[in-house]
Unconditional design. Structure first.
Length: 294
């Protein structure tokens, strides 16, 4: 007799086929159901059938995903080829059309790179790196001479890149040294700014006042003075970024529970006005913290 809990006849036939019962189609449903329960452990057969259907679905999904992935890769390759074809007509430095005055650099592996001569000359003279901007391979003297000839024929009125390489090597070395030194000073000063923020957010007022006044402020003032002495414009740019970092993003500003952050920002603004001159930080710091009795 069929009950609500018994599987359908089609499901029983599938289970009987899995259990290898002969002539299962000729058996009544009630007999087949009872036989599967008593002799073949109906629940185990149902679990095995369920696992098999899940495996089939997973394989089918994998094949479908593989097909989709192949299609995506095919479209990506087509786009890449189109992009490479389009890039052949643009200057790699300025990302503008190459124009009439073009220098073609043949690399050791046989590939060619084309540059607008005017932007290439400006790049070489400004950076002092006489190398291919893309592959970083060095230009030979012959390559630089060819660039000079193209620039001269086009009447660009640019300095010679070959002469700059030969005569201004020390000048470029000094310039690169100053650049690297400024980057190092900026990183060191940034660590001090990060420590200031950490003090404002985590320390109690008394400890924060002492640490800022006795360690962070004088260290920051000394580093900032060195940056100002080397490059005042770069120092102002750094100061703006540090102030923005201390305030935090507009949607999540830094929580200034004890009012210390405003004092730190005021200290930075005063240093910016005085351009980090030596001896300025101490009166400023005392003025900022006089309300605390320090």
């Amino acid at each position: 007799m069929q009950t609500r809990s018994s599987p359908s006849l089609a499901a029983l036939h599938r289970l009987a086929r899995q259990a290898s019962i002969p002539d299962y189609k000729s058996l009544p449903k009630s007999v087949l159901y009872r036989r599967l329960q008593e002799q073949f452990d109906l629940e185990r057969l149902q679990r095995a059938a369920s696992r098999g259907s899940k495996t089939k679905r997973a394989l089918s999904s994998t094949e479908s995903d593989s097909t989709d992935t192949d299609n995506i890769h095919t479209r990506s390759k087509k786009k890449s080829r189109k992009k490479l074809k389009d890039n052949e007509h643009f200057d790699p430095i300025m990302r503008e059309p190459l124009g009439k005055n073009v220098y073609t650099f043949i690399r050791p592996n046989g590939t060619c790179a084309q540059f607008n001569v005017e932007s290439l000359v400006d790049y070489l003279l400004c950076t002092g790196d006489f190398i291919d901007p893309e592959s970083r391979l060095p230009f030979s003297d012959k390559d630089l001479m060819e660039i000079d000839n193209i620039a001269q024929k086009a009447d660009l009125k640019k300095s010679s890149v070959l002469a700059a390489k030969r005569d201004s090597a020390q000048l470029y070395a000094d310039r690169n040294f100053v650049r690297d030194a400024l980057q190092g000073l900026e990183r060191c000063t940034g660590e001090v700014v990060a420590e200031m923020l950490n003090i404002v957010e985590e320390c109690d007022p008394e400890e924060a006042e002492m640490r800022l006044l006795m360690r962070e402020f004088p260290m920051f003032a000394d580093l900032y003075r060195q940056i100002c002495a080397a490059d005042a414009t770069f120092a102002k740019q750094c100061m703006r970024s540090w102030q923005l970092y201390l305030r935090g993003p507009p949607n999540r500003p830094v929580i200034d529970e004890y009012g210390l952050l405003q004092d730190v920002l005021q200290f930075l603004r005063c240093l910016e006005i005085h351009e980090g001159q030596p001896g300025v930080w101490n009166p400023i710091a005392q003025q900022q913290f006089q309300q605390f009795g320090v």
